[in-house]
Write a protein that binds this ligand. Sequence first.
Ligand SMILES: [Zn+2]
Length: 177
Amino acid sequence: MAGQSLEFWTRLLHLPNFVVVHSQEELQPPRYCFTIAAEHRIGVCPRCNKASTEVHQTRTRERIVDLPISGYAVELKVCACQFLCDRCEVAFTPDVPFLAEGAHATDRFLERAAQLIRSSDVANVAKFFGLPEQTLARWYYDYVERRRAASSEPLKPITRIGIDELSLKKNIGSSSP
Ligand SMILES: [Zn+2]
C-alpha cells in the first residue's frame, strides 16, 4: 500500500476533523502508523466560548490503538493543539472526541472490542487484536464503567417515575450482562 496519498488515508480513517499528516507501513508485524492532526487550527475557550487560533504548544498522544485495516494493526499518533485565550489569559486543550478517556485507544476500537468480548472473552479478543490481555481488560472495564455512568445520567432529573420509565428500567436491568 506504499505510495497512497495522505488524502486517501484521511478518507479511509474517517476521523471527524482530523487529517493524516504522516503515514508509515511496518511489515513485521504488519502495522500502519499514522500521525494525525486537527484539520483546522482553532479552539473554543471553555471559559468564555471565544474562538482562538493562537497555538500555545502542540502535544502528542502516542501509541493510540485504532481498528485494524485488513491484516494490519493501526496505531495513531495524535497531535493536539493547546490554545491560548487572550481574553481569559489561560491555555486550554480541546478534547479529541474520538479518543477514549484513560485508554490508549479510540472509542470505536473499544466499542468493537466490547462487542466481541460480550460474545467471547477478554483473552480471545486480546489475542485477536494482538494486545496484552491485562491491558485490554483494564480498557474494557473502564469503558463499561463510563458507559454505565453516561447511560444513567439522563435518568437523574426524573423525580416522578411513570409506567414507561419503570418498564424501561426493568428492561435495562434484565439485559445487563
Ligand atoms: Zn476565554
